[in-house]
Ligand binder design. Structure first.
Ligand SMILES: *Cc1c(COP(=O)(O)O)cnc(C)c1O
Length: 381
């Protein structure tokens, strides 16, 4: 007789526990702002990607509520069936305008955008060349494309050049990377990467999940800040991080968007973004554009935290690499006991041996929050 599934899984779960890799979500009692109630106690929340502090903004919340009243709770169908609302179009125009591109397309999530777009563009004849630290959604998109996969060393245009030089056979290479890496907070040398790709006849796909709304003079991200928007074939981003809502997008040539509508399965076969999320994102993009000063705060707070911890780097993502999974889990637990919620990030989210605490700073944090984190670190040392 076959053992029940639950027994097999218990064995696997116990193995994860032994490796300090077992994960379970913390449950928040209330809005995920800079301070949250979890397990009955207040905690400073360094676990969000709410960089501009817009998740709690009354204007964004009102926009969501109004949209639910006017357009309903759900979009009721996929975009190609009956799910495309004027609201989606308005958001797409706003994003295209922010990014200074001819067109944009909104997906139900950033994960959908990457797993939909990459297979729509690259096929079994082609090669997808990924930065070694590319986000799981980019890896999954590349796998779904059935293209050959290659990696280049993290943020290393020379290695990218070597990888591209070695490719042979039919098909076209796609270079896929992030502008700001989610778990390291560091930036790709995009100008160099794009130049290498152009020289080698490769197309480029840049994920700006952590760049959009946060970096660059207009908050449009690094592709725009570096003047690369005409040279990057596909710029992808999310509405779920700085824009504090839900959803993903791509922008580029109008033909790219038409093609995506016809070929990106994650766009075609998934229900359109809900009205409340769409309207919240639209309002957040507008606020982010109208209030550029918001972007300074998470940077200043991150500097304060880095100085206190003796870390280098810049930007609102502050990774503190401990090395072993056990060390990261133990430190995260000590911080937790002192009212600081800063999760341990372990493999497979980050490479083996680089387990870390990831602090994410937002415009909603205060200097006192940073000082509380530093005090908790010192108390635990
Ligand atoms: C969060 C993230 C995504 C996925 O976006 P969601 O909107 O959360 O699905 C994609 N790429 C990167 C780099 C991310 O950090």
């Amino acid at each position: 007789m076959t053992a029940p599934l639950s027994r097999d899984l218990r064995v696997e779960l116990d193995a994860l526990t032994a490796l300090h890799r077992r994960r379970s979500p913390k449950t928040l009692a209330g809005a995920p702002g800079a301070r949250v109630l979890i397990d009955g106690a207040p905690r400073v929340n360094f676990a969000s990607n709410n960089y501009l502090g817009l998740a709690e903004d009354p204007r964004v919340r009102r926009a969501a509520a109004r949209a639910a009243r006017r357009w309903g709770a759900g979009a009721t169908a996929s975009r190609l069936m009956g799910g495309t609302l004027e609201l989606h179009r308005e958001l797409e125009r706003e994003i295209a305008d922010l990014k200074r591109r001819p067109a944009a397309l909104v997906f139900p999530s950033g994960y959908h955008a990457n797993t939909g777009m990459i297979p729509a563009l690259a096929g079994p004849e082609d090669t997808v060349v990924l930065d070694r630290l590319a986000h799981a959604s980019l890896v999954d998109g590349a796998r779904l494309s059935r293209a050959r996969l290659r990696v280049f060393q993290h943020n290393d245009p020379e290695d990218l050049d070597r990888v591209l030089a070695r490719l042979s056979g039919p098909g076209r290479p796609w270079v896929v990377t992030e502008s700001v890496f989610s778990m390291d907070g560091d930036r790709a040398p995009l100008a160099e990467i794009v130049a290498v790709a152009e020289r080698r006849g490769a197309r480029t796909y840049v994920d700006e999940a952590h760049g959009t709304g946060v970096w660059g003079p207009s908050g449009a991200g690094w592709v725009n800040a570096l003047g690369l928007s005409d040279r990057v074939d596909v710029a992808m981003g999310t509405l779920s991080k700085a824009f504090a809502s839900q959803g993903g997008f791509v922008c580029g040539a109008s033909e790219l968007i038409d093609w995506a509508v016809n070929r990106a399965r994650a766009f075609i076969y998934s229900t359109a973004l809900a009205p409340a999320a769409t309207a919240a994102a639209l309002e957040a993009v507008r606020i982010a554009r109208a209030e550029p000063d918001r972007r300074e705060r998470p940077f200043a707070l991150a500097r304060r935290l880095r100085t206190g911890l003796g870390l280098s780097g810049e930007g609102p993502i502050v990774p503190w690499v401990l090395g072993t999974d056990a060390a990261a889990v133990a430190l995260s637990q000590r911080l937790w006991e002192r009212g600081v919620f800063a999760p341990a990030v372990r493999p497979p989210t980050v490479p083996k041996g680089t387990a870390r605490i990831r602090f994410s700073l937002t415009a909603a944090h205060t200097e006192a929050d940073i000082d509380a984190a530093l005090a908790a670190v010192r108390a635990g040392a």
